[in-house]
Each structure stands twice: as C-alpha cells, then as structure tokens.
Design a protein around this ligand. Structure first.
Ligand SMILES: [Zn+2]
Length: 250
C-alpha cells in the first residue's frame, strides 16, 4: 500500500514488543535519527520480518531499501534505537523524543555503501516525516551525532555524502498545507480499525471478521474513534459482531 503524500510503497510489519517501550505523545517527537543496518544487501521487509519475530531489545520505527519502506514500530511508541550502551551523549536527542529510520546497506569491496536509490527513498521518507511532525532539518541527525556510534558508517566515513543528504532534504517540499490536513484526516479515519485491548494494553488491528461491523457502527455514529483508536476489548468486539449478524444494528 501507499501512505498519502509519500510516493513510496509502504508495508506495516509490527515489531516484537521487546524491541520498543511505552507510549508517548506525538508532540514529544523532536528529532529524526538516521541509521544503517550494517548488512549486505538486506531489504526493508526482511528487516521488518526479522524484528517481528525476534526479541532483540533494539528496534527502529522504519526500514528503507531501494524500492519501499516498512514500518516496524508505531510513531507513538518509544523505539530503542539511538541510546547505545556505553557511549556518551553529544546532544539532547534520546529514544523518547526521536524517530529511528534505518537504511538498508550493501557492501562493495569490503566497505559499506548506502545505494543511491535507498538514499533517494530515505529523502522522500524524511521529508514526509519533517512535514508531518514539524521537524526542521537541523534536527535530522545521524546516530553518530547522538552518541558517537559509527552509524550510518558510510555517512560518517564520507561526510560529504551526509552533507549532500542534508542539502536535499531541505529542497522545496511540494506538499501543501491542504494535503497535509487531508492526510491527517485520512489517518484519523483509519484509526477506526484499531482497538486497544484492555488486558494487554496493546493497540491491535481490528481482525477481518470485525471490520464490517466496526465500519457500520462508526458510520452510524454508535462507535467513535479517538486518536488512540477505539477503546474496546476483543470480547466486546465479538459481542458487537454477534449482534450485527443477528440484525440488531440494521
Ligand atoms: Zn544506528
């Protein structure tokens, strides 16, 4: 699928919960931190699947490769991506106030490289995030700038590539104010398909069997989404679906 305003195929592959922490208000987000995966020829979806099934204790919100991006961790959750143990902070960027963006990498002649297409896609994603979360270019930084970790290594070793990237993310953004509002509205509507399970306090996708009922009740104004989704349990959802099948909401 695509996100409106982002001209890049987008996948959502939820991370294992061990790789991120609690909730935060979206207004906490002040920085975008750029990483690289340090792999040779990996993909965004491959990383999404790996972090989905593996409890690593680290994770980033997004992965990007040469043809798509994958969301692993929702923006309202704190991802464990830039507070590297044993290193000293160089600024006030932390996991709690930043979004982690990982670029997939390749190796050429024994050295890591960020492929050109991957860099261009990262520019698209970062410009989108800057606009959406109102983050200026000065607050788009490398993991290296947070705490000295050699990440993304090719853009620490070749600083001119990083400077080029910084220049390109500041070029005129074609998205208008109206388009941004339209995206926000669409995302609010999409939230009707999310619900918070009261027992696990996890936000989940409404299962296929519940979507038609939820949509119907939403259209009739019986259910109302909040910015955190529908605050209902799966048990209640089952009752609503049974009632719906019995024709109670017709
Ligand atoms: Zn990193």
């Amino acid at each position: 699928m695509y996100i409106d305003g982002l001209d890049l195929p987008y996948y959502n592959i939820p991370s294992n919960p061990a790789n991120y922490g609690g909730y935060r208000a979206l207004s906490f987000i002040e920085y975008i931190v750029i990483h690289f995966t340090g792999n040779n020829g990996d993909t965004d979806t491959g990383n999404g699947s790996y972090f989905g099934r593996t409890a690593v204790g680290v994770g980033s919100h997004l992965f990007i490769d040469n043809d798509s991006c994958t969301q692993s961790i929702p923006f309202d959750r704190i991802a464990f991506h830039c507070e590297t143990k044993g290193m000293k902070f160089k600024c006030d960027c932390r996991n709690v106030n930043s979004i982690g963006v990982e670029m997939c990498s390749t190796k050429i002649n024994g050295q890591y490289v960020i492929p050109k297409e991957t860099m261009l896609n990262t520019i698209k994603v970062v410009k989108y995030l800057m606009q959406r979360f109102n983050i200026p270019a000065e607050r788009v930084i490398r993991h290296y700038d947070v705490c000295g970790k050699l990440c993304p290594e090719p853009w620490v070793r070749v600083a001119s590539e990083w400077q080029e990237f910084k220049k390109l993310i500041q070029e005129e953004n074609e998205m208008t104010e109206a388009q941004v509002r339209e995206i926000a509205k669409k995302e609010a509507n999409d939230m009707v398909y999310k619900y918070r399970d009261k027992v696990y306090n996890e936000i989940s996708e409404v299962p296929e069997w519940g979507k038609a009922t939820v949509q119907k009740l939403y259209d009739k104004g019986i259910l109302k989404g909040t910015d955190k989704g529908l605050e209902i349990s799966e048990t209640l959802l089952r009752v609503l679906v049974i009632n719906d099948r019995a024709g109670i909401y017709n």
